[in-house]
Design a protein around this ligand. Structure first.
Ligand code: CA
Length: 225
């Protein structure tokens, strides 16, 4: 999961990047609006944290310009406490959510998870999102998976786990990253629970030609046999 942070307050930006990295997110940062807009148009990110008060190009303007080209990109804006107009303008310009400064990090984390989850289940985009790996196919919107054309009997958690692994195919996903993505709505998923879900998913993928491989000390990797 790749997050973009546009924030000119270096202390806040550093804190954000550190927290997000600890949750297992890949992060990229820009301190001015022009650089932020350029990167957001050039590359694909899973979500964006966008400060409204940015030098160079105002965050609202960045939001409007990016929204034209990336209608489904989840964007959370950061606004000042006293600026209700910014919040309204931000939502009107296509922000998915906002957070008022100063905020608590757990709240930001919960909002990001909610944004990512909303996007995963389709959000307001009508087309269904499908992932394929080896003989596996996952319908993210419909929350179903198949090996060849045989449906897999997976629980909601196992589907979420498979989604994370297939979304990062050929890359190692850390246990912390999985725990972070499975947590939310007041429910914290720990590393032990992740191990249990991996164990169950492995059994159910038996014979599918795809295996969840443990990379010692690092995490898990989806591999086609
Ligand atoms: Ca600012």
């Amino acid at each position: 999961m790749k997050l973009f942070v546009a924030e000119d307050d270096t202390v806040l930006a550093d804190a954000l990047l550190t927290r997000l990295a600890r949750l297992g997110f890949d992060t990229e940062h820009a301190a001015d609006g022009i650089a932020a807009q350029q990167r957001l148009l050039d590359d694909n990110f899973d979500a964006v944290i966008l400060d409204i008060g940015l030098p160079g190009l105002d965050g609202l303007q960045v939001l409007r310009n990016v929204r034209v080209h990336k209608p489904a990109l989840p964007i959370l804006i950061l606004t000042a406490l006293d600026s209700m107009e910014d919040r309204v303008a931000g939502l009107d310009a296509g922000a998915d959510d906002y957070l008022v400064k100063p905020f608590e990090f757990p709240e930001l984390e919960a909002r990001i998870r909610a944004l990512l989850r909303r996007q995963r289940v389709g959000g307001d985009s009508p087309q269904r999102d499908e992932l394929r790996f080896g003989r596996l196919r996952l319908d993210r919107g419909g929350q179903r998976a198949w090996a060849d054309n045989q449906p897999l009997e997976l629980s909601a958690r196992e589907l979420q786990l498979l989604d994370i692994l297939m979304g990062n195919a050929d890359r190692v996903v850390t246990k912390e990253q999985i725990a972070g993505e499975l947590s939310g709505d007041g429910e914290e998923v720990g590393a032990n629970a992740v191990e249990v879900y991996v164990h169950r998913l492995r059994k159910k993928l038996d014979g599918s030609g795809v295996a969840v491989r443990a990379v010692r000390g690092l995490g898990y990797l989806l591999a086609a046999e």
